[in-house]
Design a protein around this ligand. Structure first.
Ligand code: PLP
Length: 434
């Protein structure tokens, strides 16, 4: 397709005139891989079609929400019915109660949940709640984990463990960043040192149980166990950010997997998003009763939202959760994702390309590295040029992966074995070019 007839290029140029960078969320701009983003015209099942009418097999699924694939007929029907009843009321509805009950049934670490409209809002509110509950300011987060763009969470490691964190974005006051301590993921010694130095000042430790924002890195069982023990010992809360993993890696989220390994394991606060809205703006956070009762209107921690618990989003999320609750759903999804990962790995090996893979449920990561990384620094050892060549080779052939080497990938229930086989065949050709 020549430049003049490529409608994605034309639209991107137009978009850049009126939207910063032409996109409403930075990773969509393809800055990490170069080239032009595909503007999506419509999507169905495992596919979407771009502005040029080219079909792609979608391994992003809106960055996680579309676990059933696009336009599942039962979800569409639930949304259509809800639209006819009204868009937004600013008053409580029965569906919010049913959704909260459903979430509690699936993740019993939560007695109560509060609904919001984005993962960012959920993470920001959970942080305020943890600070309000403990009466402390300092928080610990980990290098490579992303929890949305609340000021206190846009922080990178300072020069030393006990020193103030430094903002990773302009516009975040140093005063806000100073209470955020950033440690290495999976580094037990550093964690123990931090608690030994200032454990009584820590309000919470926030983490992704499987870090999907540095591709796909699992927290080791030992690391998770020590976070749980140290937070309990020091009166701090453990916040599990399951925005990406929740309802995707297992029906009960990543916490159900770690609970199998660690006796008595449960986080204090869970943050959720993506799948619980099924593609509509919906997120939530929840905890046990004594923590949640600190929230307004019951307690002193203020939190609110005009569109929170929106009736159309709750209809979409509720139907999605209902459909993924059917027996065997996540086992099938895990097998399907495994088919893709093992297929890519064996083609890479056949071509002599160093490659490693990991996956859980419908979430996956692959690396142009011989061994799976365990920290952000190890992830970033990936050769960006090789990744980008692979990325564009697959894109040209109609297979849409995340456009950055530090992002995870997503498989939906709508992907068939034939879809996955076609992707593996395309990868065979591309690996040979690397
Ligand atoms: N937490 C995690 C683990 C995420 O992956 C994301 C987004 O990708 C967020 C929080 C922020 O969610 P949102 O983009 O809905 O604000």
């Amino acid at each position: 397709m020549t430049q003049n007839t490529d409608l994605n290029i034309a639209l991107f140029e137009r978009a850049k005139q009126v939207i910063p960078g032409g996109v409403n969320s930075p990773v969509r701009a393809f800055a990490a891989v170069g080239g032009t983003p595909r503007f999506v015209q419509r999507a169905q099942g495992a596919y979407f079609w771009d502005q040029n009418q080219q079909q792609f097999t979608d391994y992003i699924g809106s960055w996680g929400p579309m676990i059933l694939g696009h336009g599942h007929p039962e979800v569409v029907a639930a949304v259509q019915a809800a639209v006819l009843e009204g868009f937004s009321f600013g008053a409580p509805t029965e569906r919010e109660v049913v959704l909260a009950e459903k979430i509690r049934a699936l993740m019993p670490s939560m007695d109560m949940v509060r609904m919001v409209s984005s993962g960012t809002e959920a993470g920001m509110s959970a942080l305020r709640l943890a600070r309000g509950f403990t009466g402390r300011n300092r928080i610990i987060k980990f290098n490579g984990c992303y929890h949305g763009h609340a000021d206190a969470l846009l922080v990178k490691a300072g020069s030393g463990l006990a020193t103030f964190g430094a903002s990773s974005s302009a516009g975040v006051p140093a005063d806000v960043a100073k209470d955020t301590v950033v440690l290495e993921y999976n580094d037990v010694a550093q964690l123990e040192e931090a608690f030994a130095s200032f454990g009584s000042e820590i309000a919470c430790v926030i983490m992704e149980p499987i870090a999907g924002n540095m591709n796909f890195v699992r927290a080791t069982v030992e690391f998770t166990r020590r976070i749980r023990e140290l937070t309990r010992e020091h009166g701090a809360l453990m916040i599990y950010d399951e925005v990406m993993t929740g309802f995707r890696v297992a029906l009960g989220g990543a916490q159900s997997l770690y609970a199998r390994e660690i006796a008595g394991f449960a986080p204090d606060i869970t943050v959720m998003g993506k799948v619980i809205g099924g593609g509509m703006p919906m997120a939530a956070f929840g905890a046990r009763r004594e923590i949640m009762e600190k929230l307004s209107p019951l307690g002193p921690v203020y939190q609110a939202g005009t569109l929170s618990g929106n009736p159309i989003a709750t209809a979409c999320g509720l139907k999605t959760l209902e459909l993924i609750s059917r027996p065997g759903f996540h086992t099938d999804l895990h097998l399907k994702t495994g088919h893709l990962m093992q297929g890519l790995k064996s083609e890479a090996q056949a071509a002599g390309v160093p490659f490693s893979v990991d996956w859980q449920g419908g979430l996956f990561g692959f690396y142009f590295l011989p061994e799976l990384p365990r920290t952000y620094a190890e992830v970033m050892k990936t050769d960006g040029k090789v990744f980008n060549k692979f990325y564009h080779g697959m894109l040209e052939r109609g297979h849409y992966f995340a456009p950055a080497l530090y992002e995870a990938g997503f498989v939906s229930a709508a992907h068939t074995d034939e879809d996955i086989d076609r992707t593996i065949e395309a990868a065979r050709e591309v690996f040979r070019t690397l």
